[in-house]
Design a protein around this ligand. Structure first.
Ligand code: SAH
Length: 258
């Protein structure tokens, strides 16, 4: 079978964060699939078809791209950030597992990208300098009780926590509830970083504390373009005159967890 599907990470938004491999894979595609705002970031190329879809139709979008590739085309599916982090690569793998046997013979390439937590972390120093984990706060794809259990486990074990999908119109209370949950394990002074639209024209980065994080989230109108990093008990915020504090987690741990 000659079809090919490349699942491509575009990075968080800055064109300089698109890898040369991703650029080449985009240029080689006969057809592009993806959520509208991501496709909008890819310059139009003559002769390249575009199939824009709604963000909630991941399974159908993956199947459509696979059917197209199975017809012999070079198809590219685009994702923001890295395609393997809360994004399309897993949906494509699930569609291949559930789909016709022929799809397993397709040439599938996953092209990595810079994921949002790395871009946000880089803006403030090195909050992910020691052990960390990433959680999606969206309870569309898992029960809220599972999220609470993971927040308890991660904070209790001393991980720095990157929170993806913190707030949406349909999920207004989850971020505040997550901060309350984390406050059971972590001091109020724990550094918290908000990064909104990092790498785009309207980027905004704010450093605060867990004690103030609920209020700051409301002031900033934290939304689906925001990523939140909650420090561990060892994460430091170093004040700098006229600059955002430098936030880092030391490379060595004294072995204390919350
Ligand atoms: N695959 C993406 C994540 C998809 S989930 C990646 O690897 O980055 C979508 C979430 O990613 C958003 O709700 C937000 O939490 C985060 N995100 C994506 N782009 C971002 C950006 N430019 N700035 C801050 N957060 C971003």
């Amino acid at each position: 079978m000659s079809g090919r599907l490349a699942v491509i990470g575009l990075g968080p938004g800055d064109a300089r964060w698109l890898t040369p491999e991703a650029e080449a894979a985009l240029a080689a595609a006969d057809a592009l699939y993806g959520y509208g705002p991501y496709l909008d970031r890819v310059p139009a190329r003559p002769g390249q078809a575009r199939h824009t879809s709604d963000n909630r139709e991941e399974g159908e979008r993956a199947a459509a791209a696979l059917r197209h590739a199975a017809n012999g085309a070079a198809v590219a599916m685009v994702s923001g950030g890295d395609p393997g982090v809360f994004a399309m690569a897993a949906a494509v793998c699930a569609a291949i597992e559930a789909g016709p046997a022929a799809w397993r013979q397709l040439d599938l390439v996953v092209v990595p990208g810079i994921t949002a937590m790395l871009a946000v972390a880089a803006r403030v120093g090195a909050p992910l300098g020691h052990d960390f984990c990433a959680l999606s706060l969206s309870d569309n794809l898992k029960p809220w009780q599972v999220i609470e259990k993971r927040l308890d486990a991660a904070a209790g074990a001393g991980f720095v926590i990157a929170l993806y999908n913190p707030v949406s119109r349909a999920r207004p209370w989850q971020l505040g509830a997550a901060f309350d949950r984390l406050a059971r394990h972590l001091p109020a002074a724990t550094p918290v970083v908000f990064g909104r639209a990092v790498g785009r024209a309207d980027e905004h980065v704010e450093v605060t504390t867990l004690g103030a994080a609920g209020v700051v989230a409301a002031e900033l109108a934290a939304d689906m373009a925001t990523l939140v990093i909650v420090g561990s008990p060892e994460t430091r915020a170093v004040a700098r005159d006229g600059r955002t504090p430098l936030v880092y987690t030391p490379r060595a741990s004294a072995g204390v967890s919350a």
